[in-house]
Design a protein. Structure first.
Length: 142
């Protein structure tokens, strides 16, 4: 199946370099390399210790992040565990890994990569309207 050969993942939250998990951050830097900044059409929510992206059909709803290339295919399995994604049991998964169209910046070229999207309701959770988790964290630390 072709989707098993996609070796790119778009990260927007706790997988971003500098988001706070130093040990996992160091592992991820060795297991991937950055390709480009970009965004997806989604809404970003604050769940407390991590964010959640929910797909949106609104063109102005954007979640910003980074496309990473996986150095090894088995890196995706470790990312699945980190994101509590179970390919064989979506109903027990915190996030769903889905191929999604990314708009690369600054070129606006379209690109397809895996994205972990939230698999539950976000009712009552605060929205991060600007769509940038690192900016959100910086404002929280002041």
């Amino acid at each position: 199946m072709i989707t098993q050969h996609v070796r790119y993942v778009f990260v927007y939250g706790s997988l971003l370099s500098g988001s706070g998990n130093r040990r996992f951050d160091a592992w991820l830097r060795g297991a991937t390399y950055p390709v480009s900044e970009g965004y997806i059409h989604a809404r970003l929510y604050n769940l407390g210790t991590y964010p959640a992206a929910v797909v949106s059909s609104e063109r102005h709803d954007k979640v910003y992040g980074t496309v990473l290339r996986l150095r090894r295919p088995d890196t995706l399995t470790r990312l699945d565990r980190y994101e509590v994604y179970r390919p064989d049991a979506h109903h027990h998964s915190d996030f769903i890994r889905r191929l999604t169209q990314i708009t690369l910046l600054p070129t606006r070229q379209q690109f397809t990569a895996w994205v972990y999207l939230y698999n539950a309701t976000v009712g009552g959770r605060p929205r991060i309207r600007h769509g940038n988790y690192l900016t959100f964290l910086a404002t929280q630390r002041r």
